[in-house]
Ligand binder design. Structure first.
Ligand code: HEM
Length: 467
């Protein structure tokens, strides 16, 4: 029997198809398609057909067919216009040449250094807060994540020297992201992108030139890239280096900031679970104790909360591919020339896999339940297969450090009663949410050595309580 193409979700408009709804609120559109047709359905973005696949087996097909019948390099056209031919937006052969550089830069030994950077930047942030006050958590965490990315990826001086201007320009590049419009239309947002890119290049070029002149003086992520060589001994070209650095900053900034902010918000909204986190911190990371990697491994409740946020609020929920050769999925045929996408936010709430899927319940990952282990492709907040997020451990460690140190040193309270999701094509994040904070009193300090508190000026020199 001849196979049919996936059925179309209702609401397509003449010429535009679902393009406007997709730009404005893709989640409702995807929910409707799923409700009407089940796990395989399709959308129209202008003339482009897009098949949507929902559920672990279909997600497995999506991620495992990537670089075979499904292509990743051409689909994120606007990313290519932003960063050039780097990483998965480069042609496959080029991707294979570049991938080892990136994987190498995230190896375990390096991660231990990055964790130290995360701790020192988080501590600096906490030290800069007043003893009590209110903050908009996503914006605060967003700035902190920029400090961490600048310091960890570009070196200690980067933020102080050029950070502010760099991140302002980066905003203009980020705002140009668009999955629907051709990226070279003469629109103001695309012009601003190109102007910002040129200026970012001007900023980064002398930094790279200095690294090439004095390679022995540096030993960090950027230097790894500057020193890296292709198999034939060539070094990475300056333009590619710039593109890679910018792309990594992009991949890791808003995504991490969004999920880190959600983690704090969700803990505050769930006081019973929050108490378990506080008890865990009181046991393994009392006020004044440094956050060593061995301690991080013991903060299980924070780790589960971070995974639960990945499930409920995946910040990068839109993974797309081009169909290079006809693919059959179940009863349907997805023809060459179509696009195909996953829908993490929908898939992460399938009742067949997750108990009470709408509920924030981090204990679903605890031993004995481990709902995420039922299927390798059940949880896809960091993608899957070959292109699974290279920065996943970096991001999870960073979210852990931020949450742990914040709770270690501050009492928190939620002021904003309800938080919604601000969806964007870059990364989803919480809507504005105000958190009230109060620094813990020094008599809660238990560290036998004030220096162990990572240099906090509020703690240094304080009377140390007996442990
Ligand atoms: C919570 C934070 C993050 C989330 C939710 C996230 C999510 C994702 C997802 C879903 C993909 C797969 C895209 C696809 O298959 O179409 C991906 C790929 C990638 N991410 Fe992340 N990411 C995060 C943080 C980071 C960080 C911190 C970095 C690096 C600094 C990073 C670097 C990358 C890279 C290089 C890839 C491409 C991997 C490849 O194609 O080989 N990400 N990320």
């Amino acid at each position: 029997m001849e196979k049919l193409t996936p059925p179309v979700a209702s609401g397509a408009k003449p010429l535009l198809g679902h393009a406007l709804e997709f730009q404005k609120n893709r989640f409702t559109l995807l929910q409707r398609g799923y409700r009407e047709h089940g796990p395989v359905f399709s959308l129209r973005l202008f003339k482009q057909n897009v098949a949507v696949l929902v559920g672990p087996d279909l997600q497995k097909t999506f991620y495992m067919e990537t670089d075979k019948k499904l292509g990743i390099d051409k689909v994120y056209k606007s990313l290519r216009a932003m960063f050039g031919e780097v990483l998965f937006i480069a042609p496959h052969e080029t991707y294979l040449q570049q991938r080892p550089f990136v994987v190498q830069a995230f190896r375990r030994q390096k991660m231990l250094h990055y964790i130290k950077v995360m701790q020192s930047e988080t501590q600096k942030w906490l030290d800069s807060l007043a003893d009590e006050g209110e903050m908009e958590i996503t914006a605060e965490v967003g700035r902190l994540v920029q400090e961490v990315a600048g310091h960890a990826l570009m070196g200690q001086d980067f933020q102080a020297k050029v950070g502010r201007e760099f991140w302002e320009l980066y905003l203009d590049v980020g705002k140009s992201l668009d999955q629907v419009l051709p990226p070279n239309l003469p629109l103001p947002k695309f012009r601003r992108r190109d102007k910002a890119k040129a200026r970012m290049r001007d900023i980064l070029q002398p930094i790279i030139a200095e690294r090439r002149r004095h390679p022995q003086q540096y030993d960090d992520f950027l230097q790894d890239f500057v020193n890296a060589q292709y198999e034939d001994g060539r070094v990475i070209e300056d333009d590619l280096l710039l593109g890679l650095v910018m792309a990594l900053m992009f991949a890791g900034h808003e995504t991490t900031a969004g999920q880190a902010a959600w983690t704090v918000i969700m803990l505050l909204q769930h006081p019973t679970y929050q108490q378990q986190v506080q008890a865990e911190i009181a046991t393994h990371l009392p006020y004044g104790h440094p956050l060593e990697p061995q301690v991080m491994a013991q903060l299980k409740h924070i780790g589960w909360a971070i995974t639960e946020v990945e499930r409920l609020y995946p910040s990068a929920d839109l993974n797309m591919r081009t169909v290079e050769e006809d693919v059959t999925v179940g009863d349907y045929l997805i023809p060459k020339g179509w696009l195909v996408q996953t829908a993490a936010e929908l898939a992460h709430k399938l009742p067949a896999l997750w108990t009470a899927p709408e509920k924030f319940d981090p204990l679903r990952y605890a031993p004995g339940r481990e709902e995420d282990k039922q299927h390798r492709f059940a949880l896809i907040g960091f993608g899957g297969g070959v292109h699974k997020c290279t920065g996943m451990n970096f991001a999870n460690n960073e979210m852990m450090v931020i949450t742990a140190l914040l709770y270690q040193q501050f009492d928190l309270e939620l002021v904003t009663e309800e938080t919604g999701i601000e969806r964007s094509l870059g990364a989803n994040r919480p809507t504005k949410t105000i958190v009230r904070y109060r620094r813990k009193p020094l008599d809660q300090l238990v560290s036998p050595t004030p220096a162990a508190s990572a240099g906090c000026p509020h703690i240094a020199g304080a009377q140390v309580a007996p442990s």
